[in-house]
Design a protein around this ligand. Structure first.
Ligand code: NAD
Length: 316
């Protein structure tokens, strides 16, 4: 298959990630079937996409007519066969549960045409294992993007043991066509790069909170106004080159033995999850989010991220 032959797309799962990916494809002119098992979620996904596009208009990223054109490209369906029957590229974004992914890939393999690439947005599961349930493991691959996927540029491309060069190359070029920044991993490792790095920081942040080093607000502030403030400009290796590798070496010697190395999620997180305090989606997590505040915070997050996106796209 050639890149120009990827015409029809299907996104499976219309939750946090799926609706955003459907929008990304639609904005680049691809007809997209957005599929979910739940009709209400599909309705909510369409509203979310319209709202995301309104935010794009407000910040000068697109014009009104581009919103209309994008919305016209998206068809929602609870019928998986209808959604993938003519798809050239399928992106799965259902919950991070191996058995669910395997069940979905078994059905996708049966219902999608033989040439179709089956991609997963899994945050860290093995595509070798998921792809093994299909008759086309060479056409399975991971395209892992960050949340919100309609804004965050990077897409990690992870091959399974049997993913073909053709699938990897086509997928890479498709992500470029979508305006994304694809990164090829050289080997398949759990969590890929994005989540290995993100969760190394998360583990230490949770540890500092539990150990009473600072409040959640202040830990978030040290990241946003300190360590994280520099990150859009300098990655960790660039940061250490600028800071001096001798200094970084000494800090590694002093600090590595003291950093948290827990193998389990901390009790504080387990307790919040047990109480149904799942964050923005349930109105409370580490902070409280009554509905009006949740809506305002999501808009504010997107406004700031779009500002950052413009700076990112403007750099050479
Ligand atoms: P979500 O719970 O918001 O959405 C999942 C959707 O899939 C739900 O709407 C659910 O109804 C639907 N679904 C469940 N079973 C299905 C099936 N068999 N067929 C079709 N639809 C089905 O989850 P999410 O946060 O969008 O995560 C989706 C995937 O993306 C996961 O693998 C996750 O690890 C990954 N991911 C999530 C994030 C994040 O920050 N949320 C970031 C990167 C990657």
């Amino acid at each position: 298959m050639r890149l120009s032959q990827i015409k029809q797309v299907a996104v499976i799962g219309a939750g946090i990630m799926g609706h955003g990916f459907a929008q990304v494809f639609a904005q680049k002119g691809f007809p997209v079937f957005l599929h979910d098992v739940n009709k209400q979620i599909l309705k909510k996904a369409s509203l979310r996409i319209a709202s995301n596009l309104d935010t794009f208009i407000k910040h000068g990223i697109i014009r009104q007519k581009e919103k209309k054109a994008a919305l016209e490209k998206i068809t929602t369906s609870t019928d998986l066969g209808e959604a993938v029957g003519k798809a050239d590229f399928v992106l799965e974004a259902i919950p991070e549960i191996m058995d669910l992914k395997k069940e979905a890939f078994t059905k996708l393999d049966q219902l999608a045409p033989p040439h179709t690439i089956l991609a997963s947005n899994t945050s860290g599961l093995s595509i070798t294992e998921i792809g093994a349930v299909t008759r086309r493991p060479e056409k399975t691959i991971i395209t892992h993007g960050g949340n919100p996927p309609h804004i965050i540029p990077v897409i990690e491309i992870v091959r399974g043991e049997k993913t073909s060069d053709e699938t990897a190359e086509l997928t890479y070029r498709l992500m470029l066509k979508l305006g994304k920044k694809p990164v090829r991993l050289l080997k398949e490792v759990p969590g890929f790069l994005f989540n290995r790095l993100q969760f190394a920081l998360y583990r230490e942040a949770l540890h500092c909170l539990e150990a009473g080093v600072a409040t959640a607000e202040d830990i978030d502030l040290v990241v946003k106004a300190g360590y994280g403030f520099r990150l859009p400009v300098l990655g960790p290796f660039e940061t250490s080159d600028f800071g001096g590798l001798d200094t970084f070496y000494r800090i590694c010697q002093n600090l590595f033995p003291l950093l948290d190395a827990s193998k389990e999620p901390p009790l504080s997180l387990k307790k919040l999850v047990g109480e149904g305090k799942l964050g923005v989606k349930t109105g409370e997590g580490f902070y409280r989010y009554p509905p009006a505040i949740a809506r305002r915070k999501i808009k504010e997050r997107d406004r700031r991220l779009l500002h950052q996106l413009k700076l990112f796209q403007a750099r050479k």
